[in-house]
Design a protein around this ligand. Structure first.
Ligand code: 13P
Length: 389
């Protein structure tokens, strides 16, 4: 996501971060991006987790991203805690937002810094938010109660400097959900924030802005635009059309055409925001998101099979909670006469996790107190994928 947004920021266009709530959204958004040959961000908002099961959805999102021929990032939108940022990275997100914008500046800086330090240890960039973008009307609006608070340039400089966030979501007059009346945006403020920070800026509440407002936002440093309510309204209109036609006969026929309608609206936005045709350049300039396998084979000294089993259970529980760990496999050799009898395969989301995992206190405690004392005879190697050269 860092490579994608840096490209967009330098070239003066914005990448759409479209929130998905179902497979129709997932496939429709990717279809729109493929049609426009553009990079795209698949966004999963924590405030939407009551609409779908995040854990069930992520394998589908990851599989779809891998299938795509355009660059795709998978992003946690509006994450509220350090725990939710860790969970989303371990489930496959490679970008996270920490939204502590409703807290005081000091509290926002504290939580954002914790998320940045953890996420950077996993090779994952972080979006922070300063100022508050409220919701007004529509399905998404109720997730963002409260009044607008514009981002202050002075606070933005302090927030970015102290936290080390990679992208900043700003409040310059947009709202989540549908607009009421014509929104008036503070472009002067946006220009000053951009000059002060020089990092990609993010706009939440993309629904309802005019073409000209989008152009001016992008001209002043906005490289990521979050968009949801208009996609939801597009899907709703299509379903109502199916109902009114009188031809719909059951669940799947009610949803007929929803995917295509989402694809068309996604493609329209991508073209308007200048992302069309950038897929190949971005792919050429971006680091592929590939896992690393931390492989250990060992013999257990003084432990019988049930002792090893207990150690494996404990290890799976402790190690899989460490940031950047996608999967922990504890194994026993199928053939009893092989040189090593047991194994660990720990999959890291990114090469950066080799260092952060090695030094993580939970790993050190397990390794030093439980594992290493019984596994003096071991081989440990980190493997990066040969996929993509
Ligand atoms: P809209 O629903 O107004 O498009 O905003 C989406 C958003 O900002 C999600 O983070």
């Amino acid at each position: 996501m860092n490579d994608m947004l840096t490209h967009a920021y330098k070239q003066g266009y914005a990448i759409g971060a479209f929130d998905l709530v179902s497979l129709d959204f997932l496939q429709g958004i990717l279809q729109g991006a493929e049609n426009a040959r553009a990079p795209v961000i698949l966004s999963l908002a924590e405030s939407h987790f009551s609409y779908f099961d995040f854990e069930l959805m992520m394998p589908a999102v990851e599989a779809a991203a891998r299938q795509a021929s355009v660059p795709v990032a998978i992003h946690l939108d509006h994450g509220t805690t350090l725990g939710s940022a860790i969970r989303s990275i371990n489930l496959g997100c490679n970008g996270v937002m920490v939204d502590a914008s409703h807290l005081s500046l000091v509290e926002n800086i504290e939580l954002s810094s914790q998320v940045v330090s953890m996420a950077h240890g996993c090779g994952v960039p972080v979006e922070g938010e300063l100022g508050y973008v409220p919701g007004v009307e529509g399905e998404d609006a109720e997730c963002h109660p409260g009044k607008v608070a514009y981002t202050s340039v002075k606070e933005a400089r302090r927030y970015a400097g102290e936290t080390g966030i990679d992208f900043l979501a700003v409040s310059v007059g947009t709202v989540h959900g549908r607009m009421q009346g014509k929104p008036s945006l503070d472009f002067g403020r946006l220009c000053d924030i951009n000059n002060a920070l020089g990092i990609p800026l993010v706009i939440h509440g993309g629904t309802g802005l005019s073409d000209d407002q989008f152009r001016q936002l992008i001209a002043n440093g906005v490289a990521k635009i979050n968009y949801y309510t208009a996609l939801s309204d597009t899907a709703e209109r299509r379903i109502l059309q199916n109902v009114r036609s009188g031809k719909a006969d059951g669940y799947t026929s009610l949803l007929q055409g929803v995917l295509q309608a989402i694809a068309e609206e996604t493609e329209r936005c991508i073209r308007l925001w200048g992302g069309a045709g950038h897929a190949e350049e971005v792919l050429a300039e971006s680091e592929a998101w590939l896992p690393v396998e931390h492989v250990i084979v060992y013999n257990a000294d003084g432990l019988d099979d049930s002792g090893v089993q207990a150690m494996a259970d404990k290890g799976r529980q402790v190690l899989s909670a460490i940031p950047g760990v996608r999967e922990v496999f504890a194994g026993k050799a199928v053939k009893a006469d092989d040189a090593y009898h047991y194994s660990w395969l720990v999959r890291f989301c990114h090469q950066a996790v080799i260092d952060s995992y090695r030094d993580h206190p939970e790993h050190l405690a397990f390794a030093n107190q439980v594992f290493r004392p019984v596994a003096g005879d071991r081989i440990s190697i980190d493997f990066r994928s040969l996929e993509n050269g």
